[in-house]
Design a protein around this ligand. Structure first.
Ligand code: BMA
Length: 348
């Protein structure tokens, strides 16, 4: 690969705004890394945005908003008005617009239902071969992708410019819990799914506001990371999802080991990289943000780290007012290398 080709986006016809987003993402590690939260402004602990709120649990605690905003497209493919987590898609569009206007970066995940069984994304029944070109469900799957394309194209700023987003479909494919995951399709089928999705969105549907992010779950080595990788020409950003599930020691080891592997791969490929999901459910360690997280990710060169949603009292990943890790989270927000919205918007 030529030196310069690494600067080219997967989508050769990407909008100017998409190229600009890529530049910002590459620029971030020179200062630090951005802090992200899933569904940050859609709801939080004990509240739900009715359309008029400008609120996030992160802001309640720190007085600053996240730099990166994750939203989820699951059930868009079915034509539903709200996603699988009951976020209305119109509201989502407005929250994306607001986050973008304020200088935030948007990343979209997608947990599409299993197209064969019509059960959830977590139904591992084989389905990928059915939706690929030549498969019985290929036309139906295309109708799903058209809905995704339409939503992406509807994202426009006040002045009518396309809002660029990081699209992160078919994530955690090295795990076997999703229908597109390990053991439920072959790596070759997965790569076809990625490439056909990419081509259908860009070529057939003229979607040009996406950066494509490939993200695995935790890995044991470089080989596992790249097993399903569709190729440099179809990917802009490399991601990894790292959750603190067992002991703190184990997580510290995993952060260091996995982010070093990711950094090594990404540097070879000259692509930016990020911790695309993660966190400690219910943040049960008081000084988790500064001592467990920041200390072990700060020197890795990631562009951002995104924490999962504040869904219920026993399923949340960032503090809300009064939560035990709040004091430490405030310290974390003040670290010069940790970019919440106020600092991230300066990188433009
Ligand atoms: C999972 C959980 C689910 C949710 C899904 C998609 O990790 O939070 O409750 O439906 O993500 O957002």
């Amino acid at each position: 690969m030529k030196e310069s080709s690494a600067q080219v986006l997967a989508d050769r016809n990407a909008d100017m705004s998409t190229k600009h987003l890529m530049m910002r993402i590459k620029e971030i590690p020179k200062t630090g890394y951005a802090f992200g939260h899933q569904d940050a402004t859609a709801y939080g602990m004990g509240w739900k945005n009715n359309g008029n709120d400008n609120r996030s649990d992160v802001h309640d605690v720190t007085g600053d908003f996240p730099g990166v905003y994750g939203f989820e497209l699951g059930h868009l493919e079915l034509g539903h008005t709200q996603n699988l987590d009951t976020v209305n898609f119109k509201l989502m569009g407005n929250l994306i617009k607001k986050a973008h206007k304020n200088g935030g970066i948007i990343t979209l995940s997608w947990h599409p239902d299993n197209p064969v069984t019509l059960k959830s994304a977590w139904d591992p029944s084989p389905a990928v071969s059915e939706v690929l070109q030549g498969g019985a469900l290929h036309p139906k799957y295309r109708s799903w992708l058209i809905k995704v394309a339409d939503f992406m194209k509807s994202l426009k700023s006040d002045s009518g410019k396309p809002i660029p987003v990081v699209f992160r479909p078919y994530h955690e494919m090295n795990g076997s819990w999703f229908w597109w995951g390990h053991g439920n399709c072959t790596p070759e089928e997965f790569k076809r799914l990625w490439i056909e999705t990419f081509e259908f969105l860009t070529i057939n549907n003229n979607v040009h506001n996406l950066l494509y992010c490939y993200s695995t779950d935790a890995i044991k080595d470089e080989g596992e990371y790249l097993k399903f990788y569709p190729g440099d020409e179809y990917v802009d950003i490399l991601g990894i999802d790292l959750y603190h599930k067992n002991s703190t020691e184990e997580y510290i080891q995993q952060l260091n080991n996995n982010l070093n592997i990711l950094a090594k791969i990404a540097k070879k490929k000259k692509k930016p990289y990020a911790m695309t999901e993660g966190g400690l459910n219910m943040v049960t360690v008081d000084n988790w943000w500064t001592e467990v997280l920041d200390k072990n990710i700060t020197d890795k060169g990631i562009s951002w780290a995104l924490f999962w949603r504040n869904a219920w009292p026993n399923h949340y990943y960032v503090p809300f007012k009064g939560q035990k890790s709040s004091p430490d989270f405030k310290k974390f927000q003040k670290l010069p290398n940790v970019l919440f919205l106020k600092k991230l918007k300066k990188i433009n």
